[in-house]
Design a binder for this molecule. Structure first.
Ligand SMILES: Nc1ncnc2c1ncn2[C@@H]1O[C@H](COP(=O)(O)OP(=O)(O)OP(=O)(O)O)[C@@H](O)[C@H]1O
Length: 581
C-alpha cells in the first residue's frame, strides 16, 4: 500500500492523507444526499401503497429544506476537497521535480551519460504532469471506487442479503478481467512511453544540432527521423487506446451485470411475496448508481496504470545511489593517482595509472587524441568514480570527500563553454554567487573580457542566449576564465582552455591564465605542446597509460612519443607558415 501511495505521489506520500480524507468525506456527503432522496421516495410510496397512511406534507417540506441546506453544505465540502486535492497534487509535483532536479545534480556523470537527455526531460515534465492528473482526478475516483461499494454492499445486505449478493456478483468478474489484462496494458503503456521519449529526444537533437544539420545539409534525413518518431508515437497512442478501450468496456459490462440479476431475482421474489416493494425500489434506485465510481475508475484504468508507470520511472531514478562521502576536502591541492584503472561502461580507458602532481605546481597532460587526458581531469573532480586504485587529494581518497565541497575547491575551464540564459554578469557570478559587482568586473578585467562586455548594449546586464549563442567562441571562453578567477579555488583544471581563441586574443588570455594558475595546483590539457612547454611537469599519456613524465627538455631528450608529437607540431607550424607565406 505504501508503495502504491509513493507511486501515486511521485515519492511524497505524506501529502496524500488530506486529499484521500477529502475525497472520502465528499463521497459520504453524496450518500447522505441519496439517503434524503430515498426518504422522500419512501414517503410518497407509502402514501400510495398504504391506505391508512396519508401523505405527510410537513415531512416532505422538511426533507426538501434539508436537501437544500445539504446542497449548500455539500458545495462547501466539495470546494474544500477540490482545494485540498489540487493543492496536494501541485505541491507533490513541485516537491518531486525539485527533489529530482537536486538528485540529478548529485548523481555521477557516468550514470547521467548513460541516460537519454530526452528521457530525463520527459520525466521531469510529463511524468510529473501525469502524476498531477492522477492525484487530482484519479485519486478521488479511486477512493470512492474502493470505499463506497463496500459500504453500500454492507448497508444493502441488512435490507436483503440475497439482492445485495446479486447486485455485486458481477464485480469480481469485471475486476478479475481488468486485472488479468493488466500485463498487456502495462506493455502497451511502456511502448507508448518509449515512443514518447524517442520523439522527445529526436526533437531535442533536431533543435540542438540545427547548425550541424544545416552545415551538412542533413535537413531531409534528420527530419525524416523526427517524422518517423512522431508517427510511431501516434501508432503507439492509437494502439494503447484501441486495445485497452474495448478491454475496459468488457470489464465494465461484466461489473454491471449485477443490476440485471437484481431485476430478475427481485421480480421473482416480489411475485412470490417474499420481497418488500420498497426494498426492491431502493435496490433499483441505488443499484444504478453504486457502480458509477467503479465504472469511472475502470474507464480510466489504463490512464491510472500509465500514471503508476510514471511514478515507477520517477522512483527508480530517485533510488539511484548518489556518490557518497562526507569529509572536508583539504585546502592544499597535491593530487595523486595510485594504480588507477577506469572504464566508461565496458570501454577501458585508463589502466594502472600512477601520477603525482605536487601542490602549487603546473602539470600538463599531453598525448594523442583519445589517450585519456580529459578523463584524468574528470576523475580528479570525481565526475566518475574509479574502478580500481584511488585518486588522492593531499593523501585523502576523493571517494571519502563530500562531492559538493570537493567541487568548491576546483575551478574548471572546459573546451565547450555553456552560458546560462541570464545576464553576462550573473554568468560570471556562477564562479561565486556572493561576489560584488566590483569583484565580477575585476575578474572580467583579468580574463580580458571587460572591454567587450562594456561594449555590449547593456554591459554586464546584457542577457546571453541559451548556450551563450549570442557570444563568439573566444568570448565565451574568456567569460568562463573569469568565472574560474572569481571562484578562487586551490585546484584548477584547464581542458583545452585556449583552444577556441583567435591569435589576437591568445597572448592576452595566456596572461590571464597565468594570473589564474599562480600559486595553485594546475592540471592543464593541451594539444599544442608549445603552450605548455614551461609547465613544471609534463605527463605523456598513451592509450590510457603513462608513457613518461618530466620537463619539456627532459622529455625531448628521452621520451620517444613526446619527441614524435613535438616534431609533428613543429612541422605543422612550418607548414602553416609556408601556406600563408
Ligand atoms: N563519456 C564517455 N563515454 C564513453 N566513452 C568515453 C566518454 N568520454 C570519453 N570516452 C572515450 O574514452 C577515451 C578517452 O577519452 P578522453 O576524452 O579522456 O581522451 P583525450 O585524450 O582527452 O582525447 P582528446 O585529446 O581527443 O580530447 C576515448 O576513447 C573516448 O572515446
Amino acid at each position: 500500500m505504501n508503495r502504491l501511495l509513493s507511486l501515486f505521489s511521485g515519492g511524497s506520500p505524506e501529502l496524500l492523507p488530506r486529499p484521500i480524507g477529502a475525497a472520502f468525506l465528499e463521497g459520504l456527503c453524496r450518500i447522505f444526499q441519496a439517503g434524503l432522496v430515498f426518504l422522500v421516495v419512501q414517503e410518497i410510496y407509502r402514501s400510495y401503497a398504504l391506505p391508512d397512511h396519508p401523505l405527510d406534507l410537513p415531512l416532505l417540506w422538511k426533507l426538501a429544506a434539508a436537501l437544500g441546506v445539504w446542497t449548500v453544505v455539500q458545495y462547501g465540502i466539495s470546494l474544500r476537497a477540490y482545494d485540498a486535492t489540487f493543492t496536494a497534487a501541485y505541491e507533490a509535483s513541485a516537491r518531486g521535480r525539485i527533489a529530482l532536479g537536486d538528485h540529478l545534480r548529485r548523481l555521477s556523470l557516468g550514470y547521467l551519460n548513460s541516460r537519454d537527455p530526452g528521457d530525463l526531460t520527459t520525466m521531469l515534465l510529463e511524468d510529473y504532469a501525469q502524476l498531477e492528473t492522477a492525484m487530482s482526478h484519479y485519486l478521488p475516483q479511486l477512493v470512492s471506487a474502493l470505499a463506497f461499494p463496500v459500504l453500500f454492499c454492507l448497508g444493502l445486505s441488512f435490507w436483503d442479503w440475497r439482492l445485495a449478493l446479486a447486485l455485486f456478483a458481477g464485480l469480481p468478474v469485471g475486476c478479475a478481467f481488468i486485472f488479468a489484462s493488466r500485463r498487456l496494458q502495462d506493455w502497451l503503456g511502456r511502448a507508448h512511453v518509449a515512443a514518447k521519449i524517442d520523439a522527445s529526444s529526436r526533437m531535442q537533437e533536431y533543435l540542438n544540432n540545427m547548425r550541424e544539420i544545416k552545415a551538412h545539409n542533413l535537413g531531409g534525413a534528420k527530419f525524416q527521423r523526427l517524422e518517423r518518431a512522431f508517427r510511431s508515437l501516434k501508432r503507439e497512442a492509437i494502439r494503447l487506446e484501441g486495445i485497452v478501450g474495448p478491454l475496459v468496456m468488457v470489464g465494465i459490462a461484466a461489473t454491471r451485470t449485477g443490476l440485471s440479476l437484481v431485476v430478475l431475482l427481485g421480480v421473482y421474489r416480489l411475485v412470490g411475496g417474499r420481497l418488500d416493494p420498497l426494498v426492491f425500489t431502493g435496490f433499483l434506485l441505488l443499484g444504478g448508481r453504486v457502480f458509477d465510481p467503479i465504472t469511472l475508475v475502470l474507464t480510466n484504468y489504463a490512464e491510472i496504470r500509465y500514471s503508476l508507470l510514471s511514478g515507477q520511472r520517477i522512483l527508480e531514478l530517485r533510488r539511484q545511489p548518489i556518490p557518497q562521502g562526507k569529509g572536508e576536502p583539504p585546502r592544499e591541492g597535491s593530487i595523486e593517482f595510485r594504480n588507477v584503472t577506469f572504464a566508461y561502461g565496458d570501454t577501458p580507458v585508463l589502466s594502472r595509472v600512477n601520477l603525482s602532481i605536487p601542490s602549487r605546481s603546473v602539470t600538463a597532460l599531453v598525448g594523442p587524441s583519445g589517450s585519456g587526458k580529459s578523463t584524468v581531469a574528470r576523475l580528479i573532480a570525481r565526475f566518475w568514480d574509479v574502478r580500481d586504485g584511488a585518486v588522492l587529494l593531499e593523501g585523502r581518497n576523493v571517494k571519502d570527500l563530500d562531492p559538493d565541497r570537493l567541487l568548491s575547491r576546483i575551478s574548471m575551464v572546459f573546451q565547450d563553454v555553456y552560458l546560462f540564459r541570464d545576464t553576462i554578469g550573473n554568468n560570471i557570478r556562477v564562479g561565486n554567487p556572493e561576489a560584488t559587482q566590483e569583484q565580477v568586473e575585476e575578474a572580467a578585467r583579468r580574463a580580458r573580457c571587460h572591454e567587450f562586455i562594456q561594449a555590449l548594449p547593456q554591459g554586464y546586464d546584457t542577457r546571453v542566449g541559451e548556450g551563450g549563442c549570442t557570444l563568439s567562441g573566444g568570448e565565451r571562453q574568456r567569460v568562463s576564465i573569469a568565472r574560474a578567477l572569481l571562484k578562487d579555488a586551490p585546484i584548477v583544471l584547464l581542458d583545452e582552455a585556449t583552444s577556441s581563441l583567435d591569435p589576437e586574443n591568445e597572448q592576452a588570455v595566456q596572461e590571464a591564465l597565468q594570473a589564474l594558475v599562480e600559486d595553485r595546483t594546475v592540471v592543464v590539457i593541451a594539444h599544442r605542446l608549445k603552450t605548455v612547454r614551461h609547465a613544471d611537469r609534463i605527463v605523456v599519456l598513451d592509450q590510457g597509460k603513462v608513457a613518461g613524465w618530466g620537463t619539456h627538455e627532459e622529455l625531448l631528450e628521452r621520451e620517444p612519443l613526446y619527441q614524435k608529437l613535438w616534431g609533428l607540431q613543429q612541422q605543422a607550424e612550418r607548414w602553416e607558415l609556408g601556406a600563408t607565406a
